[in-house]
Design a protein around this ligand. Structure first.
Ligand code: SAH
Length: 215
């Protein structure tokens, strides 16, 4: 079997057994997960594990999220093709690619220079033209490009950073894990409606911390 066929088969199985079977229904999310070559976002040693139901190491003590969590977070964002999205924690760049398949533009911020460079190179090789990269502290968001229709945070702070709330459009959606790594952490959907902030718990999760410089 040709190598690309092999990965397409693994990818289809992943989508059937981990994504559709767990009630992800947004067709754009399903199509994106079927298309994006997840194995290219991990080290070659992990190619055969890339479509399995767990996170994988990507170096620098960081991980690429489990496929289902990527799908769930993307579905909860309720992405439209005209949306401009801010992503905090580029990591491998895999979640970035899924967002870029669906939304108009993705602005992604990563603190670790090595990961920022690696993700940028992978995503440029895959020819994405609607992704913009910044090597910076995610607590500051990307103020020059704000406000955003949607914000996704893929590392967990203790509380919602005020600066990110400020950069979310009125009636925008933010998906963010909150809490302490290894203790209690949940994924939240945060909606901004005028001065009101609505916070809805989605499920328990396990993310690396959103690192604070002065921590
Ligand atoms: N969505 C990614 C997962 C990234 S893991 C993927 O599927 O590959 C979380 C990422 O957040 C890591 O790359 C980590 O370096 C980054 N991160 C942690 N604290 C940060 C901060 N303060 N600002 C920006 N990025 C941060």
């Amino acid at each position: 079997m040709k190598i690309n066929n092999k990965f397409q088969v693994l990818r289809n199985n992943m989508v059937q057994s981990q994504i559709i079977a767990r009630n992800i229904t947004d067709i754009n999310v399903i199509k994106a997960m079927q298309k994006v070559p997840r194995h290219l976002f991990v080290d070659e040693n992990y190619y055969n594990d890339a479509y399995s139901d767990y996170p994988l190491p990507i170096g620098f003590s960081q991980t690429i999220s489990q496929p289902y969590i990527v799908a769930l977070m993307t579905e909860e964002l309720d992405l439209k093709k005209e949306d401009v999205v801010l992503e905090i924690g580029t990591g491998s760049g895999y979640q970035t690619a899924i967002l870029a398949e669906i939304a108009k533009e993705v602005f992604t911020v990563e603190k670790i220079n090595g990961l920022f460079k690696r993700a940028e190179s992978i995503l440029m090789n895959l020819n994405y033209k609607n992704i913009f990269f910044k090597n910076s502290d995610g607590y500051n968001g990307w103020v020059e490009k704000a406000p955003f229709d949607k914000i996704i945070v893929t590392a967990a702070p203790e509380d919602i950073p005020e600066s990110l709330l400020d950069q979310l459009k009125d009636s925008g959606i933010m998906i963010i894990p909150l809490g302490t790594c290894g203790l209690s952490q949940s994924l939240f959907k945060v909606k901004k409606a005028g001065k009101k902030i609505l916070k809805e718990e989605i499920c328990g999760v396990s993310f690396v911390p959103l690192v604070k410089d002065d921590a």
